[in-house]
Design a binder for this molecule. Structure first.
Ligand code: PGA
Length: 229
């Protein structure tokens, strides 16, 4: 199966920088890997190119309504998105599990594939609560066939310290046992140096990349790693 390589651009860049990025990324694209770019909302259009799928970093719970400043899953579908990241740990602080369930439902209703982020904090890991946390975060979504799960240990995000491959294999195995048949991505300090080894692991169907996706020169080698495994 093709590896899924997702870029989460977070709140970075400008129209000029993203246009240049797309040019620089083009030589790295390959039909052997599935690349999804998730830009900030205003740059969705500039990211949409042949050979690339577009996702958003968030959507509102409702499909429409009087919610000033919000963007619905239906609008995202309308402008060409096919994916949406939901429940990223940088957002979970101000989102309840119930809101995340509503967002997933909205995304599916609008025809988007939700990329549901799950993962334990450093404290939860130290208390040996990882499995409980993942079970709680996934419980409501277990019957859903059309979601992608991204395992993103919170302590590995943006820290430069990724989970080690033995931990990734164990945790992905656990997640697969809860949601068999779904693609499971790993996220948290993935870069050009560790991508190949992470992507080679059993039950790792792809990666969700933050910091190392902001420059095409760093993201390109991660795509190449996805081709090489
Ligand atoms: P990182 O972020 O690659 O910078 O650790 C991953 C993410 O936030 O999805």
């Amino acid at each position: 199966m093709k590896k899924i390589i997702v870029a989460n651009w977070k709140m970075f860049g400008s129209i000029g920088s993203w246009n240049k990025y797309i040019e620089e990324l083009r030589p790295f694209l390959s039909p052997q890997v599935h690349v999804v770019l998730c830009p900030p909302f205003p740059y969705l259009f500039s990211a949409s190119q042949e050979g690339i799928d577009i996702g958003a970093q968030n959507c509102h719970e409702k499909l429409q309504g009087p919610f000033t400043g919000e963007v619905s899953a239906k609008m995202l579908r309308d402008v060409g998105c096919t994916y949406v990241i939901i429940g990223h740990s940088e957002r979970r602080h101000h989102e309840s599990d119930a809101q995340i369930v509503n967002k997933i439902n909205s995304a599916r209703e609008a025809g988007l594939v939700p990329i549901l982020c799950v993962g334990e904090t450093k404290q939860e890991r130290e208390k040996n609560e990882t499995r409980q946390v993942l079970e709680r975060q996934l419980r409501e979504h277990i019957p859903l066939q059309d979601i992608i799960v991204a395992y993103e240990p919170v302590w590995a995000i943006g820290t430069g310290v990724s989970a080690d491959t033995a931990d990734i294999v164990e945790t992905h195995g656990f997640i697969k046992s809860l949601v068999p048949g779904r693609s499971i991505l790993y996220g948290g300090s993935v870069n050009g140096s560790n991508a190949h080894s992470i992507l080679s692991q059993h039950n790792v169907d792809g990666v969700l990349v933050g910091g190392a996706s902001i420059e095409a020169s760093q993201f390109g080698p991660i795509i190449q790693a996805g081709v090489a495994v």
